[in-house]
Design a protein around this ligand. Structure first.
Ligand code: BDP
Length: 333
């Protein structure tokens, strides 16, 4: 979204200026107003980090670029926002690699259940050469991934009973993000998966359209799903990275100097997000427990992993070229 300050100068003022002076005004005062997408509310770790990103960019570029973040998915659902960023209708966004899968097939690897050992391993993978490979795949689809945020680990929650073993999922209607791998994942446990935008989940839980969903503690809490779904079962089945991504068309317009400012601001934002994230996981857990949510640890995670093995088999059959990548991720210390 770019427009020059020049176009906002009243005609009378413009008429007073000499042609030369006008030229210099229009060249030096050209400002880019960037629109950024965020699904989360105010105060969420990602929202705070995105705000820092926006502030740092506008300060360091002396206002040449003014990013503004729109929270609560007001600019559209995540799959739609990803499309908008690809076409340049949005300038940047914090996107989860789950709904990215249908657009950038390579990122589907990151939606395989029980892929990472823990969140720290995921950070090490994404900060290294493998992360660059994902960034290259995103760049082919017009998205410039400048840094990686965390979103903890996702677990199932529902309105009916604790999930202790795979059979407890049988018959539950569970909302998943927009990616067929998650449908397969819930199917493998005998549940019914319903892909649905994040913003519709609360109402659907309330009205009984679904019995539950899966997410991390901060989202379970900030979305108020915990007010309805009183059983949170720590399956930790997914650890999915998120990008701070810039639209290629917005990126290409930047000078080298501004590219480096934007990249550094995105890296700083990721460091802040990860720190705030770790704190928020604990806080959110406390909030939901105090509200009466029953949290149970799942003792036999291997039982869930075993049920999900066929997902890997069919994934590798469909994408034999990605088997080595899966192995490389698993072997990252
Ligand atoms: C949150 C992610 C967000 C997703 C949301 C969801 O940070 O990007 O949109 O889950 O479940 O944890 O849709």
């Amino acid at each position: 979204m770019s427009y020059s300050l020049y176009s906002r100068i009243p005609l009378s003022l413009a008429a007073l200026a000499t042609a030369g002076a006008l030229m210099s005004v229009s060249l030096s005062a050209e400002a880019e107003d960037w629109r950024g997408w965020n699904v989360h509310p105010d105060g969420y770790p990602n929202s705070l980090a995105l705000k820092s990103f926006a502030d740092e960019v506008s300060e360091k570029t002396d206002g040449r670029i003014n990013p503004r973040v729109y929270n609560n998915a007001v600019l559209g659902d995540q799959p739609d926002a990803i499309d908008q960023a690809r076409s340049g209708a949005l300038d940047f966004g914090n996107f989860n690699m789950g709904p990215m899968g249908p657009i950038v097939p390579e990122t589907d690897v990151l939606s395989l259940p029980f892929l990472f050992k823990d969140v720290d391993q995921m950070y090490r993978v994404m900060d290294g050469d493998i992360g660059k490979r994902f960034a290259d795949a995103l760049a082919e689809k017009n998205l410039i991934a400048l840094s990686w945020f965390g979103s903890g680990s996702r677990s199932f929650y529902n309105t009916d009973h604790p999930i202790e073993e795979p059979d407890d999922v049988k018959g539950l209607k569970l909302r998943v993000m927009n990616n067929d791998l998650y449908v397969q994942m819930v199917d493998a446990l005998g549940g019914n998966a319903t892909p649905m935008p994040y913003g519709e989940v609360f109402q659907s839980l309330k009205t009984g359209v679904i019995d539950g969903a899966e997410n991390n503690f901060p989202s379970f809490e900030s979305s108020n799903h915990y007010e309805v779904a009183k059983y949170f079962s720590e399956t930790d089945h997914l650890i999915i990275p998120e990008c701070l991504c810039i639209a290629e068309s917005s990126w290409d317009e930047l000078s080298d100097e501004d590219k480096s400012i934007v990249r550094t601001a995105a890296e700083n934002a990721a460091q802040e997000q990860r720190k705030l994230w770790a704190e928020r996981v604990e806080k959110s857990q406390e909030v939901v427990e105090q509200a009466g949510v029953k949290i149970n640890q799942v003792k036999d995670k291997a039982a869930f992993q075993a049920k999900m093995k066929p997902i890997y088999q069919s994934f590798i059959e469909a994408h034999p070229d990605m088997e080595a990548l899966i192995d490389d991720i698993r072997q990252t210390e």
